[in-house]
Design a protein around this ligand. Structure first.
Ligand SMILES: [Zn+2]
Length: 116
């Protein structure tokens, strides 16, 4: 899984260490199922990163009216195609994210030291 390789590379760039937690943004329209992502992550991480936590930042797509400049609320799974105020077709924005937001890791050089 390329996500893990990217994280691993980041840690190696900083020296070496153990991944503790990563945070990713997943968009509603990115065709990524958060549950599947979590499952794949658990299956992919290896020592010394076993147990690394995956935090998913869910990014819903939004609908904006180009005329009113307003974000129109919508119910679960339902899309308004037309602005209820002015009748303009709504634009869909966002929802395609798949971004690595944050990596938390423990530096290896600090391992093995006597805790203060
Ligand atoms: Zn409108």
């Amino acid at each position: 899984m390329s996500l893990y390789r990217t994280c691993r590379k980041e840690v190696d760039k900083q020296g070496s260490g153990r991944l503790q937690k990563i945070r990713v943004a997943v968009g509603e329209l990115s065709a990524i199922d958060p549950e599947l992502l979590r499952f794949a992550w658990e299956a992919t991480i290896q020592d010394p990163d076993a147990g690394c936590e995956l935090e998913i930042d869910w990014k819903p797509a939004i609908q904006r009216c180009p005329k009113c400049e307003e974000i129109k609320p919508r119910g679960d799974q339902s899309w308004l195609m037309i602005c209820p105020e002015c009748g303009s077709p709504l634009r869909v924005e966002g929802g395609y994210e798949l971004d690595l937001l944050e990596i938390t890791f423990e530096s290896e050089s600090e391992d093995g030291e006597t805790p203060a």
